[in-house]
Design a protein around this ligand. Structure first.
Ligand code: IMP
Length: 429
């Protein structure tokens, strides 16, 4: 079946939004299958659109990047979690600018973020200190799993919505401060107001996706966050609450796993991480600051500075294994211009053991990961600008060597290289 996947191989923020925006042209539909407004990606507009709206770029939190394309279908699938107010605002903002060009479909099974979940997350964070994006992602998935959540399909019948909300509020009170008041009428009103803007798009999206795939139409699945933030396979507990890995597609979009055709793993030339948690190859602060400023490595949702690391083949091999990656996309190569030498971790040492994801697997315990000492090789840097380069042959020799080294280490071809934020600042090999 013509189902392709774009998945992040690090801790999110790999530049998947730009990659999906670039690839979307060749697809009938783009589908997001997990996470919610914790994601944030900046999409640079074509000159024509930029002139029309007086803005160079837009940040999306929920909508797939394909919404800017005339005639493309865009799906918010079942595995996502959505605050209806945030979605209504995102849809309204695009409509106002005349940019909602594609067709939008929102799953009726999506789990909704209710206003009091944000207060629950504050309580949770006081105990856990994960450093979440404060979008109440954790509580929304908690209410999905404890079976007292509210979904879009519950909003079409106010009487049964009120009944379910009653149960939800009883469950919620166990997690909220004692004096926290919930005004049921206000919750219903807010939900219904936002739903008005969303209802025309709500449908059984599994039905649509199955139809498209059976008709042979190409569908692109866009993973939010990254492999190492997966609630099962990431650096638990400092992870998100969904499955950004390829396994998340089957559950999150309702398609059989055997339908997936190719998996493209997106690798930023240097890994970054935001929030608390271990980044095994974290760089020395001075160089990290330089890269952070040049690459504007600040959270798209929270504005927090991201930790910056050296390329890490061990963490990438793990992501390759868990996702069954077929090919790589390397992003932000230009940000490494003028960095010399470039270090890259080929293995970790832990109490005399060699962890390389070839003989010994990447550790499950973040505690152990924090104790791992990366073993680096040094690659020569390049003293030329690669920003905006569009042909592989025009890259400096050492930049090509950097790419080819990654191919050797991961035993995968690098098919696309991004050298800038705009669609055309891309090399296809
Ligand atoms: P949550 O997803 O808001 O619950 O946050 C859990 C962890 O995942 C925190 O460390 C966040 O910083 C991180 N996280 C969530 N979404 C993203 C993302 O889109 N990019 C990078 N980190 C993210």
């Amino acid at each position: 079946m013509p189902a392709d996947v774009v998945v992040g191989m690090q801790w999110g923020d790999e530049g998947k939004g730009k990659v999906v925006d670039f690839l979307a042209e060749g697809y009938h539909a783009v589908v997001r299958y997990g996470g919610g407004s914790n994601a944030g990606h900046t999409v640079y507009l074509s000159r024509e659109l930029a002139d029309r709206v007086g803005k160079e770029s837009l940040v999306f939190h929920l909508l797939p990047s394909g919404v800017l394309y005339e005639g493309k279908s865009n799906v918010l699938a079942d595995g996502m979690v959505v605050d209806p107010e945030v979605l209504a605002k995102e849809i309204g903002g695009l409509k106002e600018k005349g940019l909602l060009n594609g067709n939008l479909h929102v799953s009726d099974r999506i789990q909704l973020t209710l206003p009091h979940y944000y207060a629950i997350e504050e309580e949770d964070e006081r105990v856990l200190g994960i450093g979440t994006t404060r979008q109440a992602i954790g509580p929304t998935y908690t209410f999905l799993a404890n079976r007292s959540g509210i979904r879009f399909c519950d909003l079409s019948d106010e009487a049964s919505l009120r009944e379910r909300l009653g149960q939800n509020i009883k469950m919620s009170k166990r997690l909220l401060p004692k004096d926290y008041q919930i005004d049921v009428d206000a919750v219903v009103r807010r939900l219904m107001e936002s739903y008005e803007a969303i209802a025309p798009y709500v449908t059984d999206t599994t039905f649509l996706i199955h139809q498209w795939l059976k008709q042979g139409r190409d569908v692109l699945f866009e993973g939010a966050q990254g492999t190492h933030l997966d609630v099962m396979y990431g650096t638990y507990p400092h992870v998100t609450s969904s499955h950004p890995t390829v396994g998340g597609i089957s559950v999150g979009a309702g398609i059989p796993p055997t339908w997936i055709r190719t998996v493209s793993g997106v690798v930023k030339a240097y890994p970054t991480r935001v929030g608390r948690g271990t980044l095994p190859t974290k760089m020395e602060p001075e160089l990290a600051n330089r890269i952070r400023e040049k690459g504007q490595e600040y959270g798209a949702t929270t504005g927090r500075p991201r930790d910056i690391g050296w390329p890490d083949y061990v963490a990438l091999r793990y992501a390759k294994r868990i996702n069954g990656v077929d090919q790589l996309v390397v992003t932000r190569l230009d940000i490494l211009d003028m960095i010399d030498p470039i270090k890259a971790a080929t293995s970790y040492r832990l109490n005399g053991r060699v962890i390389d994801e070839i003989k010994e697997p990447f550790p499950a315990s973040e505690n152990q990961l924090a104790k791992c000492k990366p073993v680096y090789e040094e690659l020569p840097g390049w003293e030329e600008e690669t920003f905006g380069v569009r042909e592989y042959g025009k890259l400096p020799d050492n930049a090509r060597r950097f790419i080819e080294r990654m191919e050797e280490e991961l035993d995968l071809p690098v098919k696309i290289i991004s050298t800038g934020p705009r669609r055309y600042e891309t090399i296809v090999r």
